[in-house]
Design a protein around this ligand. Sequence first.
Ligand code: FAD
Length: 375
Amino acid sequence: MTTLVVVGGGIAGYCAALAARRDGANVTVIARAPGATALYAGGMEVIDDLEAVLEQQLHHPITRLGLDSVRLSTEFDTAIQALRLALEKEGLKFEGTWRTRGLYADIHGVARPANLVPASVAGGELRALGGKRVAVIGVREVGDYDAASTAQALKELHGIDAFPEEVSIPDLPQAASLTDLYGRRAPQPLRTRSASIAYPPGFTNLPREGFELLSSPPSPHGWRLQQAIAHSDVRAEVTSFETARGRVASARAGDRTFRADAFVLATGRHIGGGLTGGRVTSEPLLNLGVFHDGSPVTSLGTRLQHLQYLDPAEELRSGLLTDNRLHPLDDDGRVAYENLYAAGAVLGGYDYSGPCGFGVPILTGWLAGRWAAKS
Ligand SMILES: Cc1cc2nc3c(=O)[nH]c(=O)nc-3n(C[C@H](O)[C@H](O)[C@H](O)COP(=O)(O)OP(=O)(O)OC[C@H]3O[C@@H](n4cnc5c(N)ncnc54)[C@H](O)[C@@H]3O)c2cc1C
């Protein structure tokens, strides 16, 4: 049986472990803390236009897999079906597919696209709300959310017949915030007969016609997801790896050593800790190559700083580059270690807060887990 260590407890690490266990590997996931996955707004963006990515984005992690769109579609189908089933077993039901995108409002009434959403969010798809009355629930004691503004935005931006309805939850702490609603039973409004009901995120036991809005960080949706995926993790920080003859032999975390046949690095970007910022972005654990548009960032001099000055989002595209089997490369473009795989937001070549925010971690995590299990 192949032994596999996955470093990273976000969605990429979870998908890697899921795939590898399905293929019979003995998997240990090591994670030091929640990363960007715990902050997501509540809608998973998987991919917008697969063909356009393959044609136009040469350094995109999905393009670099070297698979055609038919094979990639099959892989997405399999990975997402497995992910949805696994999350459902943990009590988190998702709806949607990677082939279709819906629009969902956040707590400010602003629309965001998503392919997969929790079942508690699905009822708020904006086009499906057309022609319905929507009560937006406000909580009198909560200071950082205003249902009246959200209802107004739903009306003005999306033409939805929305109106605010305030409820009171007297046992909330003084100067309560949205996070204090987490895990409470949804209050039943009085005036909402025959209306859909938009709740701020975090409540449980929503009525049949109720749905949750998307959140801004800290995100109840992200927290629920993180709790669902982190059950079997070893809580520790990997500080170094032992390597020999082009292979990784073990990962070191405190006074513990984790030996394995293969390793998946799913350490995320700056929030997860997989990349370290500074004058030149680096990968802190194995000093792997960090690339921007196919060039090592170490070769770009001040050009990257200049590009970032013009558009701060540029830096979000820097990250590891992999071969077509998800082996990360060193600065010279060679496979760094034959039994090391990389997945998720630690990869460069795409904007991780864009239309593949979850698509890249899910697909590369899934494939890295499968390939590592066979290594
Ligand atoms: C604020 C915010 C909101 C977002 N909202 C959305 C959204 O609504 N929709 C969407 O599609 N995408 C969204 N994204 C993008 C999406 O959340 C990320 O792309 C995705 O969660 C990345 O998953 P990941 O597993 O690669 O990394 P992460 O979730 O960051 O996980 C990295 C993991 O690696 C661990 N780790 C790192 N280094 C070590 C180490 N040395 N030892 C042990 N563990 C280590 C971390 O502790 C963490 O567990 C958002 C991103 C942010 C920042």
